[in-house]
Write a protein that binds this ligand. Structure first.
Ligand code: SF4
Length: 153
C-alpha cells in the first residue's frame, strides 16, 4: 500500500463519506491494490464492518476482491476495476461550446418534447427550431473552418 494512503489523516463524517474515502483509497492504490486488513486498520474498522463495506463496493462492480495471504494471514486484495481507474485518469473537462445557444435549453415545450413517441407533436426529429439551429451552427462552423484555413495560407 502506498505511503500516501497510510500517511493520510482521515476524517470521516458519514457512512457514504466513509464509503467514498475507502473507495478513494482503493483507487489510489492503483493496479497493486490494497489488502483489506490494511484498509480496515487505516479506517479503524473491525473486520466485520470492513468486510461488509468492501463487499458493498464489490457488489456495485467498483472493485475486485481476491483472496490473498498477507503477513501469514488470509485476507483479500482489493483492486479498483480498470474501467473506473481509467475513467478517473481520463476525465476531461466537458466542452459545452457545441451546445451553446441550443434552443432546447430555453424552449417552452421542452417538458413535452420527446423522441420516444412518434405521434408526439414536440420531438427533435420534427422540430423546425432545432433544424434551423443545426443548419446555422453548421454554417458558422464552416465559416470558422474556412477562415482558419486561410490564416494558414
Ligand atoms: S427539439 Fe424543438 S421542441 Fe424539442 S425542446 Fe428542442 S427546441 Fe423545443
Amino acid at each position: 500500500m502506498s505511503s500516501e494512503i497510510i500517511g493520510s489523516k482521515l476524517s470521516v463524517r458519514s457512512k457514504s463519506d466513509l464509503i467514498d474515502k475507502v473507495f478513494d483509497a482503493i483507487t489510489t492504490s492503483g493496479e497493486d491494490g490494497v489488502f483489506q486488513t490494511e484498509l480496515c486498520k487505516l479506517f479503524s474498522l473491525d473486520s466485520r464492518d470492513g468486510s461488509r463495506l468492501v463487499g458493498n463496493l464489490e457488489k456495485q462492480s467498483l472493485i475486485t476482491r481476491e483472496k490473498a495471504l498477507y503477513r501469514g494471514r488470509w485476507t483479500y486484495k482489493l483492486v479498483v476495476k480498470k474501467s473506473f481507474s481509467m475513467e478517473a485518469e481520463e476525465r476531461k473537462p466537458i466542452d459545452v461550446s457545441m451546445v451553446e445557444g441550443a434552443p432546447c435549453l430555453c424552449c417552452s415545450f421542452q417538458h413535452l418534447c420527446s423522441n420516444e413517441d412518434e405521434s408526439n407533436q414536440y420531438s427533435p426529429a420534427k422540430c423546425q427550431i432545432i433544424e434551423e439551429w443545426i443548419l446555422s451552427s453548421f454554417d458558422k462552423f464552416m465559416i470558422n473552418q474556412q477562415s482558419g484555413d486561410q490564416e494558414l495560407l
